[in-house]
Design a protein around this ligand. Sequence first.
Ligand SMILES: [Mg+2]
Length: 206
Amino acid sequence: MLYIFDLDGTIRVTRSGRPCPNCMSDQVLLPGVKKKLIELEEAGHKLVIATNQGGVSHGYMTVLEVWQNILQVNVLCDYVFSDCRVSYYSPSVPRSINFVDDAKPKPDMLLSIMNCQRPEMGAVYVGNAKIDKQAAKAADISFCWAHEFFGTRDKFAWEVVENEHGYHPKDWFALNQEFMLDIDKGVNPHSPGYYCNGFYDPSGME
Ligand SMILES: [Mg+2]
């Protein structure tokens, strides 16, 4: 089976509460993700990422920074991902004309991945947003919500992260302290600070 994953809110979240990380120390894996991905990879399935990174069009981050972060995600996941497709396009930014308009909910990235695989290989897209479901439907492949796929204990986490413009990140961390502490035991052991922009006081986590 070919498993294609959305990235933000599906595989990772940010410590700062931003929709996407703008530095490697701002990203953490969501609970249960690494274990599940390794199980799938060891069972012989193929794992790929398909993600919108429209922040590049907005100037929030560079293409290089996007790929540095994705590489680190793959390192954190023991290199389970064999391929990745990224859309830098944002329809709300005029300079996006410099990029290809292939962002979800368009199916382009998913179709591109499918074209590189054996036709008989079944495929499913795992995501946390409506555009993920729409893209899977347009590509004529199965879809699964991230919280169901990874069996998280708290669906609320994904709902809040999905609502990228309507929440205060402090609320998310306050409700998920146990998760974040568990995750951090294996993530960024050399990170100098708990949160790279000091948005949340780490003393409150202990
Ligand atoms: Mg997402």
